[in-house]
Ligand binder design. Structure first.
Ligand SMILES: Cc1cc2nc3c(=O)[nH]c(=O)nc-3n(C[C@H](O)[C@H](O)[C@H](O)COP(=O)(O)OP(=O)(O)OC[C@H]3O[C@@H](n4cnc5c(N)ncnc54)[C@H](O)[C@@H]3O)c2cc1C
Length: 538
């Protein structure tokens, strides 16, 4: 028998965006039904696995470091990086709003939930062919995304009006109902029993992006200029990020935009605890490693440089033979520079251990390197000689492509020889960039000082086989600045709202082509807060 529920507002999806929307609605006395397809343990969606880096402009943290930032500078950076099209009205409006209000709407809100940020502000996406972030803006939540989610769940569970909130887990929303020319609720089914349900109320779509699931949506919406997607793509997004509710919104006339703009990462490896064959883990690629193609040739002519322009890394690798790559480095580089994007592996951050963090910064994170070598033998190899390393790489080569030892030895030796000649003679862009990164002390602690790959004192040698990892949908359901879903005639659909990644993080594509990083979590909070306030009439 069908079950029915009634609330002022029904939220489909209990990731960060859905939870923040619920917080705001509870605060304003509304009755809320929060529905998620996943189980209770995974309440919070992707944010609970995230590193917890958030893009803010004008924080006390920046000021203490002498970083002079402003909404005007940030918006200029954002627009340049996004390459908005002429008609990108809503994405541009959202980007401007983010830059002008990140402190008030995101930073202070999270601080109010007892979330603290590390004093060291990181400098992501500096840009490669033009400026990205002109100054450091990536603030890491102490305790990572897991802490953000934990504190927000506590805020919900201990809210004085908690009785106004009902949570349903393992319930899939699979339809949107209309009545009298407006959206009036949702339809769905309970996963375990198959029992169908309907829930009446205003509807907020907070179901995340389309970059997870079986990746068919990623392939179908692949950026045309990049040709065909690589044969192997790893999944670094939500298992239920299948775009089901995007399709339902589109069927109601809602406008989906920028679906071909996806934020993938270049350094994905197979997840050791994967549930599906292609679940992946995203590495923060070491700056001092050499990036080679499947034949062991250094990718060029401009060498691949990490932490400058993520989209360019991905674009370069998808055009390489086999669509995958190798990063070649040694133990000392790995211990100092290797990191994983996610809360599970960054133990010092997740457990909030200052001594451990200090130890990793001073002595390197040897435990992480050991763990990755042990847990990811498919993609990580170590050896005491280049000959042995290449042998192990070739045991993992794909599509009949083979790493050529003489080619790899030549490219590495040329790079090492330049380091021997000294900084005055560096005409390799990677080395010049490393010098530039080391000039900001926040990056210096995590960047080796021009380390040669074949240095015998730094062995074993390590090679990491890396794939493109699908992570975030930059496009999605178009919304206006009140989070109302916009139809294909440019008009809001009564009673229907979208937030977070489902809404392309605001406006159906707040990032345009590229993100300055940390803007994902930030936009989930921003859109969730605005939707909650608008619906409650505040
Ligand atoms: C490992 C990792 C690291 C990251 N690090 C960062 C970072 O440092 N900084 C940053 O800004 N961003 C980061 N991100 C991205 C960020 O975490 C996400 O973009 C953001 O959390 C998305 O939140 P959301 O609420 O919009 O969607 P989601 O978290 O995807 O939540 C959507 C929810 O909807 C549910 N759902 C889906 N379909 C249905 C349906 N039909 N019915 C009912 N429920 C449904 C899902 O089960 C899920 O719980 C990271 C992501 C990952 C995976």
């Amino acid at each position: 028998m069908e079950k029915s529920y009634k609330a002022d507002v029904v939220i489909a999806g209990a990731g960060l965006a859905g939870i923040v929307t619920a917080c705001e609605l509870l605060e304003r006395g509304r009755k809320v039904l929060l529905i998620d397809k996943d189980n209770r343990e995974r309440l919070g969606g992707l944010a609970r696995e995230s590193f917890g880096g958030v893009h803010f402009i004008g924080t006390p943290h920046q000021k203490r470091l002498g970083i002079d930032d402003s909404p005007e500078l940030a918006y200029r950076d954002w627009q340049r990086y996004a390459c908005f099209a002429e008609n990108d009205h809503w994405p541009r409006a959202w980007a401007k709003f983010y830059c002008e209000h990140s402190l008030e709407y995101i930073f202070h809100f999270l601080q109010g939930k007892k979330i603290r940020f590390l004093p060291l502000v990181n400098w992501t996406e500096r840009g490669l062919f033009g400026p990205g972030n002109s100054v450091p803006r990536w603030h890491i939540a102490w305790g990572t995304g897991a802490e953000i989610v934990k504190n927000l769940i506590t805020a919900l569970e201990t809210h004085p009006k908690r009785q106004n909130l009902e949570l349903l887990f393992e319930h899939e929303v699979n339809g949107i109902e209309t009545a009298g020319g407006r959206v009036a609720g949702v339809l769905g089914r309970e996963l375990s029993s198959g029992t169908e349900f309907r829930a009446a109320g205003e509807v907020v779509i907070a179901s995340g992006g389309i970059c997870g699931g079986d990746l068919s949506k990623v392939r179908a919406n692949w950026f045309r200029e990049w040709g065909t997607p690589p044969q192997i793509l790893l999944n670094g997004a939500h298992r239920y990020g299948d775009g089901l509710l995007h399709d339902k919104v589109a069927a109601l006339g809602g406008n989906l935009t920028h679906l071909d703009k996806q934020w993938h990462y270049a350094a994905g490896v197979h997840h050791p605890a994967r549930r599906k064959a292609h679940d992946g883990l995203s590495l923060l690629p070491p700056r001092s490693a050499l990036w080679m193609n499947a034949m062991g040739q250094r990718i060029g002519p401009l060498p691949l440089i990490s932490h400058a322009d993520t989209r360019w890394l991905v674009e370069s690798i998808v055009h390489q033979p086999g669509g995958y790559s190798w990063q070649v480095l040694n133990w000392k580089i790995a211990a100092r520079e290797l990191a994983v994007s996610g809360s599970d592996y960054m133990t010092a951050f997740t457990t909030k251990s200052k001594p451990l963090l200090l130890k990793h910064l001073l002595l390197g994170n040897n435990e992480l390197v050991e763990r990755l070598l042990q847990e990811c033998p498919e993609d990580f190899v170590a050896a005491d000689s280049l000959h042995e390393l290449v042998q192990k790489m070739n045991e993992r080569s794909l599509f009949d492509l083979r790493v050529d030892l003489p080619t790899m030895e030549r490219d590495i030796s040329e790079y090492d020889a330049m380091i021997d000649r000294g900084p005055a003679f560096f005409n390799d862009e990677q080395l010049r960039r490393i010098g530039n990164h080391r000039s900001y002390w926040g990056d210096r602690v995590r960047t080796c000082k021009f380390r040669k790959i074949l240095d015998v004192r730094a062995r074993p040698l390590i090679a990491i086989r890396e794939f493109i990892l699908s992570r975030k949908s930059l496009g999605g359901i178009q919304t206006d600045l009140q989070c109302r879903v916009i139809n294909r005639d440019g008009m809001p659909i009564d009673g229907l709202y979208a937030v977070g990644e489902a809404a392309g993080f605001g406006g159906g594509g707040i990032h345009g082509l590229r993100s300055l990083e940390g803007t994902f979590l930030g936009s989930c909070v921003l859109t969730g807060r605005i939707a909650g306030n608008v619906i409650a009439g505040a």
